[in-house]
Every structure is written in structure tokens, then in C-alpha cells.
Design a protein around this ligand. Structure first.
Ligand code: ATP
Ligand code: MG
Length: 286
């Protein structure tokens, strides 16, 4: 029987769509993912299991799945022997401590003796210990943000992205406990065949991730500024330079990082670049 790498992803929720999209962009094709408990890729030795995200670290440790796609927060909370093998740049959020807006915050020491409601008791315990704080931890599985309002706790520790949920519940964020993003975790003892499939998949995922973080850029520029422009956008090795019919001008092609994109555009215009075109990249292999 041919070896399949079993990948656990969230059945429904914030990670589900991004996880499936990532696998599809990595070239894996599935018949109809959503309503099944598992599905096999048509063109790659992978089987996908759809599970609750909280259960994924345990399943990966028990080798029911080989690999899992979870939020780093869930990985950190469950404390299993799995390893993070790739960070995925989506589902970015943070775990924070929040208190009622009406209270003044007297620094981390003011959490001493308080009751904190959370779905992440292990992470909160480690955080408090690190700061030498003794506080009660009240574990609840959902709707954590209403706990102070109903007298269940003095503070909460929960996922925050924009902060609007906190605001809506009369809370304010006072400490960041950890930053999180979607990650791929793997059982550390996969064996050579599964490891080979995983390496192949990770290579593709890296190409997709790089492509998302970069743009292909083309522009016309005067020949005397080519050297300067090359220092601004060095590209993967060096830019491609093609002479134009217009004397003294060239077309220059390169790759630019999404994060400092606007800053680079300003610099390029200062160098005399014209007709700048920016194009998304689908895959990028360096
Ligand atoms: P399940 O039913 O599978 O247990 P859940 O309700 O625990 O799902 P979701 O709310 O779908 O989980 O969140 C899954 C993960 O997505 C979280 O563990 C976190 O890493 C990330 N996440 C949650 N909320 C946000 C947010 N507002 N912005 C970005 N990422 C988020
Ligand atoms: Mg969950």
C-alpha cells in the first residue's frame, strides 16, 4: 500500500478556509472537502482529516494524524511533543489579558490574587509563574469575555485581533501574553517515507508563502539610475534589464517584498522610474 501523509485541519472555524486554500495552492486537489470527515488528495499522497482544532495536537502526538494545522496558541496550550515545522502567516492574533475598562491598571503586579477566566489555563499559568504572580485561573471553554460582567472573574485571558470584542464587553487589553499565527505541527517520529512527503509539501508551501509576500515589479528607467535602483530592489539575484527603443532608457524587472512595498515605490520614483507595473506572483522558488 502506498504511504499517505495524514494532515489534520480544523473542521469548521477560522482556520478551515485558509488551511484548505493553502493545500490547494500547493497543488493538491480534492474532490469535495467540506462535509466529509476525511478526504484524499487526487494528485498527492495526502489524506486530510477534519477535526476540532483543540483535538489536533493530541491526534498528532498519538499518530492518528502525522501533521496538523493549528493556531500556535492551541499548540502552546496543549504542550505535546510535536514540533512546529512551518509558520503560515495567517490567522494572526494574540493572547491577551483584559480587565474591566472602568478599572485602572496598576501593572502586572495588580493581577496578584485576582481570578482570571480563560480557555488557555496552561499558557496563563506559565505567564503568571514567569512574572511571580499568584492568581486564580478559572477555565472556561467559550464566551470568556463575558466572565467579568457576570461576576465570574476579575480578568480574562483570550484571543484578540482587533480588540472590538473586548470593547463591546466593556474590557480593555492590559498585557500581551503571546503572539500567534497558524502553524504546521508534526509528530517528531514520522519515519522516512512520510518525512519525504512532508518535505515535498513544505517545499511547495514555502513557494506559495514567498509568492504571497512578494510582488513582481516592472518599470522604465533612465540608464544612469539602474545602479541605484538595483540597490533599492536587488531582486532574487539581480534585476533583469532590457534595453528600450527610447535611447538612454531600459526596462527593469525585479521582485519586491510586500512589507516595504510603498517605501520602495517612493524611492524608485525619486530615481526617475516611470510606468511602474506591479504584478502578483503565483509561486516563487528561490
Ligand atoms: P473549534 O470548533 O475547532 O474548536 P474554535 O472555536 O476553538 O474552533 P476558532 O474561533 O475557529 O476556534 O479559532 C481557531 C484559531 O484561529 C484560534 O485558535 C486562533 O489561533 C485563530 N484565531 C481566532 N480568532 C482569531 C481572530 N480574531 N483573528 C485571527 N485569528 C484568530
Ligand atoms: Mg477550539
Amino acid at each position: 500500500m502506498n504511504t499517505l501523509l495524514r494532515i489534520a485541519i480544523q473542521k469548521s472555524g477560522r482556520l478551515q478556509e485558509g488551511s484548505l486554500e493553502l493545500l490547494k495552492e500547493s497543488g493538491l486537489s480534492f474532490s469535495n472537502g467540506k462535509d466529509q470527515l476525511k478526504t484524499q488528495a487526487r494528485n498527492f499522497p495526502v489524506e486530510v482529516l477534519f477535526l476540532r482544532d483543540d483535538d489536533i495536537p493530541q491526534y498528532v502526538e498519538d499518530k492518528v494524524a502525522d501533521v496538523g494545522l493549528v493556531g500556535e496558541n492551541v499548540f502552546a496550550e496543549k504542550k505535546k511533543k510535536n514540533q512546529i515545522v512551518k509558520r503560515l502567516d495567517f490567522a494572526k492574533c494574540r493572547l491577551s489579558i483584559a480587565i474591566p475598562r472602568s478599572e485602572t491598571y496598576g501593572g502586572i503586579a495588580s493581577l496578584h490574587g485576582k481570578n482570571i477566566a480563560t480557555s488557555y489555563p496552561n499558557i496563563v499559568k506559565d505567564f503568571l509563574q514567569k512574572h511571580n504572580i499568584t492568581a486564580g485561573i478559572h477555565e472556561i471553554s467559550g464566551s470568556v469575555e463575558i466572565a467579568p460582567g457576570i461576576g465570574l472573574a476579575d480578568a480574562i485571558c483570550d484571543i484578540v485581533s482587533t480588540g472590538s470584542t473586548l470593547l463591546g464587553n466593556g474590557l480593555k487589553e492590559v498585557e500581551t501574553v503571546m503572539q500567534s499565527e497558524a502553524v504546521i505541527i508534526a509528530n517528531p517520529e514520522l519515519g522516512p517515507e512520510k518525512q519525504k512527503i512532508l518535505d515535498k509539501l513544505l517545499f511547495r508551501i514555502e513557494a506559495v508563502k514567498k509568492a504571497k509576500n512578494n510582488k513582481y515589479i516592472l518599470m522604465n528607467c533612465p540608464n544612469e539610475s539602474i545602479e541605484k535602483i538595483t540597490t533599492v530592489i536587488p531582486g532574487m539575484k539581480s534585476p533583469t534589464i532590457i534595453p528600450l527603443g527610447r535611447p538612454g532608457w531600459s526596462s527593469l524587472h525585479s521582485v519586491v517584498d510586500e512589507n516595504d512595498f510603498w517605501e520602495k515605490i517612493d524611492l524608485l520614483r525619486e530615481c526617475g522610474a516611470e510606468g511602474i507595473l506591479v504584478i502578483p506572483i503565483e509561486k516563487m522558488i528561490v
